[in-house]
Design a protein around this ligand. Structure first.
Ligand code: SF4
Length: 64
């Protein structure tokens, strides 16, 4: 699993970083960044999916 954020859609709620702080951080504008380059470790995948499901802007993209 890989995760990315559509920066054009992200509104900086930071709900993703609350749901999965190991996976999501924020840039200087408060928009989400992905902290893990490459595959998301298995133990963090459920958190990443929860973050994706709860993003109000549907800005989180998960690819398998
Ligand atoms: S919850 Fe969605 S819109 Fe909000 S910061 Fe995270 S990716 Fe961006």
């Amino acid at each position: 699993m890989r995760v990315s954020v559509d920066s054009g859609s992200c509104h900086g709620h930071q709900m993703c970083a609350i749901a999965a702080p190991e996976v999501f951080g924020s840039d200087e504008l408060g928009n989400a960044t992905v902290l893990i380059a490459g595959d998301i470790p298995v133990e963090l995948q459920a958190k990443a999916r929860r973050a994706e499901a709860n993003c109000p802007e549907r800005a989180i993209i998960i690819t398998e």
